[in-house]
Design a protein around this ligand. Structure first.
Ligand code: BTN
Length: 283
């Protein structure tokens, strides 16, 4: 799982590979995949997304995955920091090369959030849903986020760093320090699945899903995404970066992953962009 031949040119020696996840649980999850992803584990790094973007020009293998026990400068959407816990979070980035335009990749974070929900449902966590554009929610609070960052390769293809932060079992001290209301994967008895099992199941689900996205784009996923949408058929407000608002009933997705809101006159309006933020309208 750790091809040392890749190590010297790619990996700064100050960041040693130190597995912290149970290898056998990971292997168990990868048994049905046609090829096992190259997965590197580190104890601590600034940001797995930043690292992969830095290494990308040197040629990362397709499906390369970097998972960190701790991030010192985790990046979130809209310029925010991503706060995580060394024992209770999963923070990783997956590298994928696409023969698609940047516009066609706008649905990629949504496809990823759908794959994550399907993986978590298969582990019994059926109360997790998707929130447009790329969050996972459970019982009205955020459980996970996806940050996709892209880079144009010399081949003309687009390299995507798919960064995923997931709260598996967060300490309450960390929940209290966050502005956002957070949730995690623990059940009523306070038990959460092992992080190795969760990561393995996520990759096991995401890799075939991303193969399909690379072939056919987002359109085939739009309907299924809506079945998991926590705001489906509800009145919502979209906050734009310039502080204006759009309101309507959340009724569907476009073929590129844009959100379709129906206004009071019954007219549909489609909104695109990772800079938008969605709120449930106060009753
Ligand atoms: C969000 O704001 O909702 C997206 C959060 C994405 C966080 C993950 S953690 C692993 C990867 N590395 C980063 O620096 N960010 C992403």
């Amino acid at each position: 799982m750790y091809p040392t031949s890749l190590l010297p040119p790619l990996f700064p020696t100050l960041v040693p590979l130190e597995p912290f996840l149970d290898e056998s649980a990971l292997q168990q999850e990868f048994r049905d995949l046609p090829s096992v992803p190259v997965l590197w584990q580190v104890q601590s790094i600034d940001s797995t997304n930043r690292c992969l973007l830095e290494w990308a020009p040197q040629g990362l293998p397709q499906h390369f995955c970097l998972v960190a026990r701790q991030q010192s400068a985790g990046r979130g959407r809209r310029g925010r920091a991503w706060i995580s816990d060394a024992e209770g979070s999963l923070t990783f980035s997956l590298w994928w090369i696409f023969d698609r335009s940047l516009q066609e990749l706008s649905g990629l974070p949504l496809a990823v959030s759908l794959g994550m929900v399907e993986a978590l449902h298969s582990l019994g966590m059926t109360s997790v849903g998707v929130k447009w554009p790329n969050d996972l929610w459970r019982e009205g609070r955020k459980v996970a986020g996806v940050l996709v960052e892209t880079t144009r390769l010399s081949s003309g293809q687009v390299g995507a760093v798919i960064g995923i932060g997931l709260n598996v079992a967060l300490p309450s001290s960390l929940q209290d320090t966050c502005v956002l209301s957070l949730n995690d994967l623990r059940d009523e008895a306070g038990q959460a699945p092992a992080r190795a099992t969760v990561l393995g199941r996520l990759l096991n689900t995401l890799i075939p899903l991303l193969e399909s996205f690379a072939q056919s784009g987002f359109a085939p996923f739009a309907e299924t995404w809506m079945t998991h949408c926590v705001h489906r058929n509800q009145q919502v407000t979209l906050l734009h970066p310039n502080h204006t608002r759009s309101q309507g009933e959340c009724v569907g997705l476009s073929s590129l992953g844009g959100l379709i809101l129906r206004d009071p006159a019954g007219e549909p309006h489609t909104y695109h962009g990772g800079e938008l933020s969605l709120r449930l309208e106060a009753p």
